[in-house]
Design a protein around this ligand. Structure first.
Ligand code: ATP
Length: 588
């Protein structure tokens, strides 16, 4: 229960703005209960004065009153339930938006540690489970508690001695709920985890469909899904069995209560201390009393299931973004593009190894700085720090002399264009994919960017041209074509600093040539940091930085470094420039 309280306190603030609606919903429940009570009392009156007396004239008045009360109850019930659904769904929408906004701020290592499918499950199923705790839970408790107290009071008012005798069995309900709650929580936790695992297997298999098919791994993927699906089936069946067991147990206890009432009623009627109408009304109050008591008992089970979801969403919300906007940001300025690394060191969160150590260099407008080194040396880490996915553990990175930590994130990322190794495609048209470089760009500007990126030709040859729809993983375009779309996007962005991560990786000589030409146009006048293993691109760089095990071990031009006969010369020798044309193109 402590977990439930904690979860409740955490998510209750999200109902702000809807609390007056919650009050209206509870008011509807109260009015419904009053209407039901009135109906029961009218029923007792009908039994004693119309039914038993066989008097039709005594029937019409109470019948009309009953109908009126029933219509009022129906209207209020409809309003209350509609409002409750609306409020609950609005809560789900808000919570999901809140969690999604938070997830989008999280650093890359968070996504490396969590499987995508599991995150999807948390943002869908778990979010809905929390609603059961916060909105439906609150309304449910208040309504059920009110109804239970109300009908119990009515039963007491009618015959306190009979009521006392039947309520003696009430602790059985609580005992059952207590015994079941823990097990249901474990089962629903297992079910949620299995749900996440299933979504993960499906998204991973479909995301990797080429590998799956090319390496005949369909069977393996099915087996993986089967393992998770079996775990889900076990948990799901266990949860359903426990709930069913609880329901059936409660049913037996209820029957026991009803039999007690009838037994005592028969005795009382035979002794002339009670009328048949009173007995029926008493039984009806008990009949109305059970559903809210059941709800209260089951609420324990619903709450424990919701707590399982709340803990999983809580884990996401507790993950801290690696960077935040500065408390006192510097005002915007016309960025020139001077980049400075001063004694920068960095260690990934929870990693025992230092990924970058004491790195110092500068790069200015119009300069091309190539960063190279063996795999795992720390090159991509350098770009992650420059684009501020992380802040350095020590040292400072500056843009035009201003520490990046003083620059608002939006402003920084508007002025540094990143072309990651894997070309990123948005779900939309080619036009939208280019325009996301500068939202609001006109068609003419988009076409200009595509022409500059040597993309206009192949785009206009497509049947739908710029309106061709593409999506992540389904784009019917080659790697080189996608890279040119990314260049067009960066072209449109017009950022003074460019960060290129392996721009020609995975492209053959011809495709690379087609990418290098537009790249040259893109780089003109900007500060370009290019990460590459492809040393064919290095000779024309203004400066080459060689990174080895996180340290900057060499710095100079291609000729200087070859003469020095150090790491760069070793890296460059087995791979002499194989595409002299391409490398010259870069700076020509
Ligand atoms: N999220 C992370 N958490 C912990 N360690 C990481 C993380 N990302 C990278 N590393 C480690 O940091 C070091 C530098 O990695 P980085 O990706 O910068 O190398 P790289 O030179 O770009 O390699 P490659 O050329 O293969 O892309 C490596 O030892 C890597 O294992």
């Amino acid at each position: 229960m402590r977990e439930a309280r904690r979860a409740f306190r955490r998510f209750w603030p999200l109902t702000r703005g809807d609390r007056s609606r919650l009050v209206v919903i509870v008011a509807c429940v109260v009015v419904s209960a009053l209407a039901e009570t009135a109906a029961i009392l009218i029923f007792a009156d009908l039994t004693d004065h119309a039914l038993q007396a066989g008097s039709l004239s005594a029937f019409w008045g109470p019948a009309a009153a009953w109908l009126g009360v029933a219509a009022l109850g129906a209207l209020v019930g409809y309003l209350g339930n509609s409002l409750a659904t609306w409020t609950a769904e609005r809560f789900v929408r808000r919570l999901r938006a809140h969690a999604f906004r938070h997830v989008q701020q999280l650093p890359p290592h968070f996504f490396q540690r969590h499987r995508q499918g599991d995150l999807v499950e948390r943002l869908t199923g778990d979010v809905e489970a929390i609603e059961q705790l916060v909105v439906s839970g609150v309304v449910g408790v208040i309504s059920a508690a009110f109804s239970a107290v109300f009908y119990a009071a009515a039963a007491f008012w009618l015959r306190w001695d009979l009521a006392l005798a039947t309520f003696a069995l009430a602790p059985l309900f609580l005992l059952a709920a207590r015994r079941f709650a823990g097990r249901v929580q474990r089962a629903s936790q297992d079910e949620r985890v299995a749900d996440g695992a299933i979504t993960s297997v499906v998204t991973e298999a479909l995301g990797n469909i080429v590998l799956t098919q090319a390496y005949n791994r369909c069977g393996d993927e099915e087996a993986r899904l089967d393992v998770e699906a079996r775990a889900w089936q076990r948990a799901s069946v266990r949860g359903a069995q426990l709930s069913e067991l609880y329901e059936q147990f409660v049913e037996v206890v209820e029957t026991l209560c009803v039999l007690t009432v009838i037994g005592l009623g028969v005795w009382e009627i035979s002794a002339g201390r009670m009328t048949l109408g009173q007995l029926l009304a008493f039984a009806a109050f008990l009949g109305y009393l059970y559903p809210p008591v059941r709800t209260l008992g089951r609420l324990g089970l619903t709450v424990t299931a919701a707590v399982a979801g709340a803990e999983r969403i809580g884990e996401i919300l507790d993950a801290e973004p690696a960077v935040s906007d500065p408390a006192r940001p510097v005002p915007a300025w016309p960025v020139r593009g001077w980049i400075g690394f001063e004694g920068v060191s960095f260690r990934y969160p929870d990693s025992p190894r230092t990924a970058l150590r004491d790195v110092t260099f500068t790069a200015g407008p119009g300069q091309l700085v190539v960063v190279t080194g063996v795999s795992g040396a720390g090159k991509s880490t350098l770009t992650a720090l420059l684009t501020r996915f992380y802040d350095p553990s020590a040292g400072t990175i500056r843009l035009d002399g201003v520490p990046l930590t003083d620059v608002p994130l939006d402003f920084l990322r508007t002025h540094i264009a990143l072309l990651p190794q894997q070309t990123l495609v948005l779900n939309g048209t080619i036009r939208e994919n280019i325009a996301c470089g500068r939202p609001g760009a006109s068609d003419a500007e988009i076409e200009w960017a595509a022409r500059s990126a040597a993309a206009h030709g192949f785009v206009s040859a497509l049947p739908d041209g710029y309106d061709t729809r593409i999506a992540p993983g389904t784009a019917a375009l080659s790697g080189g074509q996608l890279q040119r779309l990314a260049i067009a996007r960066a072209m449109l962005r017009g950022a003074p600093v460019l960060v290129l991560d392996e721009p020609t990786a995975g492209l053959d000589a011809e495709a690379a040539r087609q990418v290098v030409r537009p790249l040259r146009r893109l780089m003109a006048g900007r500060t370009t940091i290019m990460i590459t293993h492809d040393l064919g691109l290095a000779p024309d760089a203004d400066r080459i930085l060689v990174v080895d095990r996180g340290r900057l071990v060499e710095e100079g031009t291609h000729t200087e470094l070859i003469t020095r006969a150090g790491t760069y010369a070793r890296l460059a020798t087995p791979h002499p420039p194989t595409r002299p044309d391409d490398t010259r193109i870069l700076r020509r």
